[in-house]
Design a binder for this molecule. Structure first.
Ligand code: URA
Length: 410
């Protein structure tokens, strides 16, 4: 296989065969194709797109790059959800333990931050000691014991997505429908699910800017899921303002714990309840009770314990991951909040260090924003409408300038 010819073919808008796609993915996974060639191919795919057949081939090749989970006959219904990515989207941290309070197994495979959107793995790693790289044996044993495990792509589960995902993050090739479909569905199909719900975001802070683009992405993923025998539901949710009131890894875990304690922002709890209702056999009252009476929080503590963390740290994450500079951002005007721009805030949070610009970058768990005001709120001049967590005064100045653009009062 001559890789430059395959890149050239896609660059010129021609179709790639199943064999060509399979060869590329297998060479890349085996480290026989360098990142620079895959980056060029990803950009060609981003610009030229793929047909439904090519996308199906890519998804299958990525799925087959690793192992597929299988469960004992005694296993209960196996379910999961995946989001197409949003700013402040910490839903998985709440939903996975909540679903496991029901008689379900949740073998959740997630990703790291991608573009301006945060990733579940980076959030979980804000908890000291938390291991997202479980082996298949460890994952199965954890499912047997507590019904839920939260892991990342590994050398044995979806290794192709592990590499390609990290590369797309830093090469401006994320928001391509076919690449998103293959990335999400290869992970979810590797979980051998009975049912999956997809949280498809659209708006300023999402990869799909319009509802029509989101609908096309949702349908494409649903078709792949159903074709592979997984009951696949799709929910569409706007992402013009950040979800909840925090953006940044540790800050988002703290907010997720608030929801797991029965509190937290209304918009976040609402989406969790909506997605849970699509997968759980329990009714809305029971799901609400598991959040309100601490059952779901206890399940999250069990996840932390099993995956190498200390649940006692959850009570002091703010101190453990305290940023060097914490600065209030106050409104200069009185009025109603008209816009809290998730795109600007997502970019600012990556610039603060919550996301990556190069594959090898480490994220800073402590930085980001909390106390973000919500659209529709009434504010007076001088009110705090956000708080900046930064590693230096210079970074806090940059974030303040971005918040001035992001938050508009009418
Ligand atoms: N989530 C993923 O796992 N992959 C994408 O490409 C986008 C969101």
């Amino acid at each position: 296989m001559h890789i430059p010819s395959i890149i050239e073919k896609k660059r010129d808008g021609k179709l790639l065969s199943d064999d060509e796609i399979r060869s590329v993915i297998s060479a890349y996974t085996a480290d026989e194709m360098p990142d620079y060639q895959m980056a060029a191919l990803a950009m060609a795919i981003y610009l030229q797109g793929m047909t439904a057949d090519e996308t199906a081939s890519l998804t299958r090749a990525m799925l087959q790059s690793g192992e597929v989970l299988s469960y004992p006959d005694s296993a209960p219904r196996v379910v999961d959800k995946h989001s197409t990515g949003g700013v402040g989207d910490k839903v998985s941290l709440i939903l996975a333990p909540l679903l496991a309070c029901d008689d379900l197994w949740v073998p959740m495979i997630s990703g790291r931050g991608l573009g301006i959107t945060g990733g579940t793995l980076d959030k979980l790693e804000a908890i000291p000691g938390f291991r997202v790289g479980l082996s298949i044996e460890e994952m199965m044993s954890q499912l047997e014991q507590i019904g839920v495990a939260m892991i990342g792509q590994t050398g044995s589960i979806c290794p192709a997505d592990k590499k390609l995902y990290a590369l797309r993050d830093v090469t401006a090739t994320v928001s391509s429908q076919c690449l998103i479909v293959a990335s999400i569905m290869s992970k979810k199909l590797a979980e051998s699910l009975d049912a999956l719900v997809l949280d498809v975001k659209f708006g300023k802070g999402a990869f799909m800017k319009t509802k029509a683009e989101a609908a096309s992405l949702g349908i494409a993923m649903q078709e792949v899921g159903e074709a592979m025998g997984v009951e696949t539901g799709v929910c569409f949710n706007p992402m013009d303002e950040p979800l909840g009131k925090t953006v940044g890894n540790s800050l988002e875990v703290v907010e997720a714990i608030d929801v797991l304690r029965g509190g937290g922002p209304a918009d976040l709890r609402e989406i969790v309840m909506k997605l849970a209702a699509r997968l759980s056999q329990a009714g809305a009252d029971q799901l609400a009770q598991w959040l309100d009476d601490g059952t779901a929080l206890q399940k999250f503590r069990e996840i932390v314990t099993h995956q190498g963390g200390d649940p006692a740290d959850l009570e002091r994450l703010g101190e453990i991951n305290a940023a060097a500079v914490i600065r209030d951002f106050v409104s200069e005007n009185s009025g109603q909040v008209g816009i809290v721009n998730a795109d600007t805030i997502g970019r600012a949070s990556v610039a603060l260090g919550a996301g990556r610009s190069r594959v090898e970058d480490e994220v800073d768990p402590s930085v980001g924003f909390d106390e973000l005001i919500k659209v529709g709120a009434e504010v007076n001049a001088g009110d705090v409408v956000a708080r900046i967590h930064a590693s230096s005064e210079k970074d806090a100045d940059m974030a303040e300038a971005e918040l001035k653009k992001a938050i508009q009062i009418r």
